[in-house]
Design a protein around this ligand. Structure first.
Ligand SMILES: [Zn+2]
Length: 452
């Protein structure tokens, strides 16, 4: 286990060595939303002749409407885009268009620019953990840091020819998957008014995607040729879209906005979901529990309902009670690293006989899947510390700091870990690696140390 872990981690380090995270970006993680977006995206990637596992899908917590490809095969979607697209077809259309940029290699220049100027890691945070950031101030500060730096990078414009070619490719990919291309046409037509706004007042997406009439006309024409315009979305895709909207709105919007969209009279699953989450955010335990229990009655096998219940209980300090729903979530969705981390967090906090050890095992499994997950490293440090394994805990903290871009702290913890670790072990080598790439003498690290 350890060997594999360190192999994965060392590879991650090698790839990060040239691009230490500078500013924590507002990346958002959520097992359920990611699974849905994968289900939307993977068939499109396959239709484009790409390998889904090679294409990263990132959600950025930003209310502005935007999507872009950067850093090679990485599709970025703003939460503002997901919330504003009304149908699965619209969102799939935007994803297909961005896929067109990847398959057309339009992103090559941007990728190079991104790597050179961003120096950003892909620090990510669970949607619900945003609320928890107060419990870990230095992590919180980094997590809350905005995505301005990243946003600036999305302004590289494609040429008109590339935009048109991405449109045409999008329709082809959708056609191959048997999906209607109506969504992408609708989406661009709906936002066509943006074209008359000044550059600064436009949504970001339309600054980089000018909606010239001839472009939209060509898109519509190509879409109509498929004969698939009237194919309706599947019920499943529609339900998934509603769940994503409910979850994002519940977590990211203020309660009045949540209740405007999901009034108490609405007893649907998405409405209850949004209200449960909103109640969690506004510290109303009774309301949060009554909504989530109602959802569990409707769909007792839904891992994400159990996950949310575990989270609600944990955040309200009901640590012992939070363990069972988190355990159930992992049981129902055993391959989800993010669910494992939540379960581990509950067990480590409970600290009964065997809890910390089992939590450690789960965290190590999740870190194999996600070696850059700072939150998992942070929890692992706690688990190791509770077992009196001080040097290993310091190394885990060094990892945590490294992945949130805190070079100075990463170096300091790696140095401390090195004092207690056995020479020649993989752990020692890892500590040395982190110390080396975060060394004050390296030119690219100077500014981090100066800032102190
Ligand atoms: Zn484009």
């Amino acid at each position: 286990m350890i060997r594999t872990l360190f192999k994965a981690a060392t590879l991650a380090l090698a790839s990060l060595a040239l691009s230490l995270p500078a500013v924590a970006q507002g990346f958002i993680r959520d097992a359920e939303i990611e699974a849905i977006l994968r289900e939307y995206t993977d068939p499109i990637l396959e239709a484009a002749g790409l390998i889904p596992e090679d294409v990263g899908l990132y959600i950025i917590g930003d209310p502005s409407l935007n999507a872009f490809v950067a850093g090679g095969q990485r599709i970025h979607l703003h939460t503002g885009l997901i919330i504003r697209t009304e149908t699965p077809g619209q969102l799939k259309g935007v994803i297909a268009h961005e896929t067109g940029h990847i398959s057309g290699a339009h992103g090559a220049r941007r990728a190079a620019d991104f790597a050179r100027s961003a120096r950003s890691g892909y620090l990510s945070i669970g949607l619900g953990i945003i609320a928890l950031a107060a419990g870990a101030p230095e992590l919180g500060a980094a997590l809350i840091a905005n995505s301005q730096q990243l946003t600036a990078l999305s302004f590289f414009t494609h040429t008109r020819a590339q935009e048109s070619s991405a449109d045409q490719a999008a329709v082809t990919f959708l056609e191959r998957t048997g999906e209607s291309p109506a969504g992408i046409v609708e989406f661009f037509e709906e936002f066509r008014y943006q074209e008359v706004l000044s550059q600064a007042r436009r949504f970001e997406y339309f600054r980089t995607h000018p909606l010239a009439s001839d472009r939209i006309r060509a898109l519509r024409q190509r879409a109509e040729e498929t004969g698939l315009m009237d194919v309706p979305p599947s019920d499943r895709a529609v339900a998934q879209m509603e769940i994503m909207h409910a979850k994002l709105i519940g977590f990211l919007e203020p309660p009045n906005a949540v209740y405007q969209r999901y009034p108490e009279s609405d007893k649907s699953e998405p409405a209850r979901y949004a209200r449960a989450i909103s109640a969690l955010q506004s510290v109303d335990l009774g309301k949060a529990i009554s909504e989530i229990d109602a959802l569990l009655e409707i769909d007792p096998e839904n891992p994400y309902y159990h996950e949310l219940k575990g989270q609600i209980l944990f955040e309200f300090g009901k640590i012992e009670e939070s363990v069972e729903p988190n355990r159930r979530a992992v049981e129902l969705a055993p391959d989800q690293p993010l669910l494992m981390i939540s379960y581990a967090r509950s067990m480590i906090a409970r600290g009964e006989e065997g809890d910390v050890e089992e939590g450690e095992t789960l965290l190590r499994r999740s870190i194999i899947a996600e070696p850059e997950n700072a939150f998992a490293w942070s929890e692992l440090a706690k688990a190791l510390d509770k077992q009196g394994r001080r040097s290993e805990a310091q190394l885990a903290t060094a990892e945590r700091s490294f992945h949130i871009g805190d070079v100075v702290s990463a170096n300091s913890f790696a140095q401390r870990a090195m004092q207690g670790l056995d020479k020649g072990t993989p752990l020692m080598r890892r500590a040395q690696d982190i110390a080396a790439v975060t060394d004050v003498r390296l030119e690219e690290n100077r500014r981090y140390y100066r800032r102190r």
